[in-house]
Write a protein that binds this ligand. Structure first.
Ligand SMILES: [Zn+2]
Length: 111
């Protein structure tokens, strides 16, 4: 992942431990998909649930989904974090000095 937004210069990692939120989102989505597949598979095949197949599928899912979902969880976290914790004036100035000027957070704040 790039360090900054190529357009506005916003630095994604705003402090130490910033990506813990993305990890939490990734875990929540992984658990949600796991539950959906596990319970869905169980309900769809009840009472002859193929437990071994369901175990293999859910184990693979729990190993692969977080890796594939990683970039999306980071994007979701950056968006949520910005929505709940807008940039400080110092961060806006920093972003403006790295952005292309095509669109800038600092320019938005001045309006
Ligand atoms: Zn941007």
């Amino acid at each position: 992942m790039v360090e900054r937004c190529p357009r506005c210069g916003h630095k994604f990692e705003r402090g130490p431990g910033f990506w813990l939120g993305a990890i939490m989102i990734n875990m929540a989505f992984t658990f949600g998909v796991f539950l959906l597949i596990f319970v869905g598979g169980m309900v769809a095949t009840w009472p002859d649930t193929p437990w071994t197949s369901l175990l293999v599928v859910t184990l693979l899912l729990n190993a692969l989904f977080p890796v594939l979902f990683h970039p999306f969880s980071r994007t979701i976290w950056v968006g949520l974090e910005l929505a709940f914790h807008p940039l400080e004036p110092g961060e806006e100035i920093d972003a403006a000095s790295f952005g292309t000027g095509e669109w800038s957070v600092a320019g938005l704040a001045a309006d």
